[in-house]
Design a protein around this ligand. Structure first.
Ligand SMILES: Nc1ncnc2c1ncn2[C@@H]1O[C@H](COP(=O)(O)OP(=O)(O)O)[C@@H](O)[C@H]1O
Ligand SMILES: [Mg+2]
Length: 257
């Protein structure tokens, strides 16, 4: 379980997150949503131990700020919002980095299988820099999945922390990523992901954290958080939720003001 109590982050004397309390559970997809600059990436980086934070943050019972990254890496893998690769690696080499970072038995055939799972079958030897933005993003996802190869680890549930994993992807690949996240959760792991697409959030999230200006405006199920009032307040534009019986909740922007 991820348990967070009164989390605050201050960087360069700017309070970026203030007094966040929530939990996330294995078996579920927890989505972090909110406007640009509301603190989503800052929150994800605090949860992965990359940023100094105050408050109580525990993952599988480990106090996150006081646990060495190499211990956390045994049961949680992170996909950053952007990743720069300075050297001429192949796609397969990038995915293998994930195998090296994780723990437990590493099947040498796994990188090729994971590349196929992100719809990049046969791309093992392709130079990473020659891939499109969306393809690079899927290679990075495969690397993250290589690290978190066990949804249940000797240290408890495995966790995926994904920052906007579908931002560069077309609709079919967005759905593919949500399916992979769902399978990881169904197999006993936990998924925490930053999403911008509110319709994907409505479709996939078991729990939603809505941030505004560094504070938690709302938390709860998709039905509880994705409401006309809360979303209009968070994003500063009029949003209406329609609920066609065939699809479930669907969001319609009403105007730009
Ligand atoms: N290292 C930093 N020092 C000062 N301010 C920062 C730092 N990192 C991010 N910020 C600010 O914190 C706010 C939240 O950023 P971020 O968490 O990246 O937002 P988003 O919700 O878009 O992911 C932004 O206003 C950003 O400029
Ligand atoms: Mg961000």
């Amino acid at each position: 379980m991820l348990s967070v109590h009164d989390l605050s982050v201050t960087l360069s004397r700017r309070p970026l997150l203030r007094g966040l309390t929530f939990s996330a559970h294995p078996g579920q997809i927890t989505a972090i949503i909110g406007p640009n600059g509301s603190g989503k990436t800052t929150l994800l980086r605090a949860l992965t131990g990359e940023l100094p934070a105050t408050g109580r943050l525990a993952l599988n019972g480990h106090d996150i700020p006081r646990t060495a990254p190499r211990i956390l890496a045994r049961f949680r893998a992170v996909l950053a919002q952007s990743t720069s690769v300075a050297f001429p690696f192949t796609a397969g080499e990038i995915v293998r980095f994930g195998l090296d970072a994780g723990s437990g038995p590493a099947d040498p055939g796994l990188p090729a299988r994971l590349l196929a799972e992100v719809d990049l079958a046969g791309a093992m030897d392709r130079p990473y820099h020659q891939l499109s933005g969306g393809e690079q993003s899927r290679v990075q996802l495969a690397r993250t999945l290589a690290q978190a190869r066990q949804p249940v680890t000797p240290d408890g549930p495995g966790w995926l922390f994904l920052d906007e994993p579908v931002a560069a992807l077309d609709i079919a690949h967005q759905l593919m990523v949500m399916r992979l996240a769902r399978s990881f959760a169904d197999a006993g792991g936990g998924v925490v992901m930053v999403l911008h697409d509110l319709n994907l959030t409505a479709m996939a999230a078991d729990k939603v954290l809505l941030l505004k200006s560094g504070a938690l405006l709302a938390k709860g199920s998709a039905e509880e958080v994705l409401t006309d009032g809360l979303l209009s307040q968070a994003y500063g534009c009029r949003i209406r939720i329609a609920t066609p019986p065939q699809t479930g909740p669907w969001l319609l922007p009403q105007s730009a003001a």
